[in-house]
Design a protein around this ligand. Structure first.
Ligand SMILES: *Cc1c(COP(=O)(O)O)cnc(C)c1O
Length: 449
């Protein structure tokens, strides 16, 4: 009855998995925002290094992880897989619950798995500075650390509402040496335009992305980095699922269902795609993406072409979207507030290969409390969405009197989200209604393709 299933450092996977090699249908093309024709690598060169552009469109199943990246991964990888014995006992369930614990990385989430890789490929191609956006600050802090390791400057446009609510993540970023601005700023045209219309704008990921992309396009030595959504990000995150498979093998187990929270889709793709590889080969395994009811991209949005950012600077990608102008309520799971979703995750959802569910904030925090009080670890509010998904699956197994093997991704710890726990403990946390009118309005601005 093991609790922690650990791999030796020599067992870190040396290759990432690229699901584009195994998809039943090829990925929908990415379109140029002006011509509406499929983008070429040259279109992406002003903001991304060739090393990442190649991965974005690659159909190679396995991609070697560079030695320099592996050495940095060794600071926190392989991450342990836990069997949630105490949670199982509390739930009195016949289900076996496992969680992959990505909270051990220095910034405390799965995000450095791709941040380090992205900083590496940019450094290799002579880039001196990376511009990026961050919501709750997990991505900004991961890139700040990665940039420091690779000797690249990092400029972060941090969504205003999080900048004000979560000062500790700004301090993390600054400790690793990044420059942090509250977005919208007066530093970019995109930011100025939003502030002219609404000087007290709380900001959104879409706006912050516009600012970071504009910054990258207008400086030759600067590239842009995105923490989720894109194919190359999901490739880097596959290390989570690849390790989990090896760990489950050590205890002779295999999941019936793999669960992760879904913002832009990177931690979900990261843990689930290596298992979908088996599903495509005939194995029975389900994958469940969990999103917040206040930003229900997969479960309520249309599947269509949209911009990745508010100002319409990015290419058009086919995804589930609530509209690039959508500004979701300021929920505490800030990392799940993106208006769209990974095109790969979206396509699998559209094809019925994966499942999705949306939960309200209060039951999510109740699940976080159960987890903290049984397993000890205080989860990120984002990760608590996956925990509630796992608890519900376990309860279903109990009702059916069936064994069920549940694997979920504990994408990060909540040590910098304690103000959210404080609100919950004091009864001040509220559920937000699904913002139907707002979404209807923003969907009117979808681009015509
Ligand atoms: C960013 C983040 C998420 C959501 O982002 P994805 O790209 O959907 O993975 C989930 N959990 C944590 C802890 C995060 O930092």
């Amino acid at each position: 009855m093991q609790t922690k299933i650990v791999l030796d450092e020599t067992e870190i996977p040396r290759r990432w998995y690229n699901i584009m090699a195994d998809m039943p249908k090829p990925p929908a093309p990415v379109l140029h925002p002006g011509t509406k024709k499929p983008v070429t690598p040259d279109d992406l060169k002003p903001i991304f290094p060739m090393g990442l552009i190649e991965q974005e469109v690659s159909t190679k199943r396995w991609i070697d992880i560079p030695e320099e990246v592996l050495k940095i991964y060794a600071l926190w990888r392989p991450s342990p897989l836990f069997r949630a014995h105490r949670l199982e006992a509390y739930l009195k369930t016949p289900a076996r619950i496992y969680y992959k614990n990505e909270s051990f990385s220095p910034p405390g989430s799965h995000k450095p798995n791709t941040a380090v890789a992205q900083a590496y490929y940019n450094k290799k191609e002579g880039i001196k500075r990376l511009a990026t956006e961050t919501g709750a600050g997990q991505w900004g802090s991961a890139l700040a650390m990665a940039g420091r390791f690779m000797g690249i400057d990092v400029t972060v446009y941090m969504v205003r509402v999080s900048y004000d609510q979560k000062p500790y993540r700004r301090i993390l970023m600054e400790t690793w040496g990044a420059n942090v601005h509250a977005s919208p700023t007066e530093l970019t045209n995109a930011g100025k335009k939003v502030l002219a219309e609404d000087p007290s704008s709380p900001g959104s990921l879409g706006i912050a992305i516009s600012e970071a992309v504009e910054d990258a396009v207008s400086h030759a030595d600067t590239n842009y980095a995105l923490g989720s959504v894109l194919n190359h990000v999901l490739i880097h995150q596959s290390i989570i699922g690849l390790e989990a498979k090896e760990q489950l093998k050590k205890v002779n187990d295999y999941p019936d269902v793999v669960i992760a929270s879904c913002g832009g889709g990177s931690n979900f793709g990261g843990i689930a795609f290596p298992f979908l590889m088996d599903k495509f080969a005939g194995k029975a395994v389900r994958a469940l993406a969990v999103e917040p009811a206040s930003c229900p991209t997969l479960t309520k949005g249309p599947y269509t072409y949209d911009f990745g950012d508010e100002a319409g600077l990015t290419p058009l990608v086919k995804m589930y979207t609530l509209g690039h102008n959508f500004v979701p309520p300021g929920i505490h799971a800030g990392g799940l507030r993106y208006h769209g979703d990974s095109p790969l995750v979206s396509q699998f959802y559209n094809e019925g290969i994966i499942e999705a569910v949306a939960y309200n904030q209060l039951p999510v925090f109740e699940a976080a409390m159960v987890f903290a009080r049984t397993e000890g670890l205080i989860p990120a509010p984002e990760s608590a969405h996956a925990i509630l998904g796992a608890i519900n699956e376990a309860k279903q197994a109990t009702e059916e009197g069936k064994e069920r093997v549940i694997l979920f991704n504990l994408s990060g710890h909540g040590h910098f989200d304690l103000s959210a726990y404080d609100s919950f403990l004091r009864g001040k946390l509220q559920d937000y209604e699904y913002p139907e009118a707002e979404i209807k309005k923003s969907l009117k601005d979808l681009p015509v393709v």
